[in-house]
Design a protein around this ligand. Structure first.
Ligand SMILES: Nc1ncnc2c1ncn2[C@@H]1O[C@H](COP(=O)(O)OP(=O)(O)OP(=O)(O)O)[C@@H](O)[C@H]1O
Ligand SMILES: [Mg+2]
Length: 281
């Protein structure tokens, strides 16, 4: 077991009492078996292209309600492209994407978000010159229930106390970890059923990696399903229920997170690099 795994293990969290939530919850196998059968998100036989270059080959993948699903894989394996396909940023040449049983292929990103999918993009993409508060309110742009938005803003500031402290700061002045919190809170302001996150721990210091993962688990505990792309397999699988490993656009391996964590192929290919992948911001 790497030091990173030990630090983010499922034992009572050292984060408790720091105002970052209650740490990583226990994940019992019974929780997985109690998940309903109908997928929340389903990708079926997706073939996507950038011009002549094929990025996905008959990609099948699903997220069931209540789950955290991690999409793992090396550089250029097609992870971010999968997010683009889900969010309507890239239309697959063939195959279907269904959310709550209905096809969302061909919808624009705003419509996809209105259906209940929240996005925390790669590198966070905040509006750097706007304040943290303005960034958070942008996440609720599709809502017109002002009272509910105000209540949710209060909830976000409870969930992310560090964000509350920085609420009137320009977003671009925050540290990488703080910006990640703002990006998560902004996505949650849209009240998503499914939160899609592309490399939420990338570039963060070990302390912030732990905080972000604990918050993802906490958000999931409050009923939001999560689909997250991660290169850091050992950490992602600590909080996930299920994982997929992409290799040049194809699913090379899939299974319950605990089985993948124990799988020698995953250990050899990915888990050895767990600590090396954690670079301080
Ligand atoms: N806009 C683009 N135009 C052309 N090719 C692209 C584009 N974006 C991605 N690709 C190609 O598609 C493939 C998958 O890229 P993708 O960004 O999905 O990988 P990834 O798994 O997210 O990688 P990383 O871990 O480096 O973020 C790569 O071969 C990449 O070069
Ligand atoms: Mg990527």
């Amino acid at each position: 077991m790497t030091a990173a795994v030990a630090r983010t293990g499922l034992a009572p969290s050292p984060l408790r009492g720091e105002g970052w939530g209650e740490g990583l919850p226990e994940r019992a196998a019974s929780h997985i078996s109690s998940v309903p059968r109908q997928p929340l998100l389903q990708l079926e036989k997706i073939n996507s292209f950038y011009g002549p270059v094929q990025a996905h080959f008959d990609l099948d993948l699903e997220v069931r309600p209540g789950q955290i699903v991690s999409l793992l894989g090396g550089n250029a394996s097609g992870k971010s492209t999968t997010m683009k396909v889900v969010l309507g940023l890239l239309k697959p040449r063939s195959g279907d994407v269904r959310f709550e049983g209905k096809s969302i292929v061909g919808l624009g990103t705003p419509q996809v978000i209105r259906r209940g999918i929240g996005s925390v993009p790669e590198a966070r993409r905040l509006f750097p010159a706007m304040t943290v508060r303005e960034n958070l309110l942008m996440g609720a742009y599709a809502r017109n229930d002002r009272k509910g938005v105000a209540e949710d803003l209060g909830r976000m500031l409870d969930l992310f106390p560090r964000v509350a402290e920085r609420i009137e700061f320009q977003a671009g002045t925050l540290s990488g970890g703080e910006q990640q919190m703002v990006a998560m809170a902004r996505a949650l302001m849209g009240r998503p059923k499914l939160l899609c996150m592309d490399e939420p721990t990338m570039g963060l210091s070990p302390l912030y990696v732990d905080k972000v993962l604990a918050l993802i688990a906490q958000i999931n505990g409050q009923g939001v399903s999560v689909f997250m792309v991660e290169q850091n397999a050992s950490l992602a699988l600590q909080i996930a229920h299920y994982g997929y490993v992409l290799q040049t656009g194809r699913i090379a391996l899939r299974g319950p997170a605990r089985e993948l964590l124990a799988d020698a192929r995953i250990r050899d290919a990915y888990l050895g690099g767990g600590d090396a992948a954690r670079t301080a911001s």
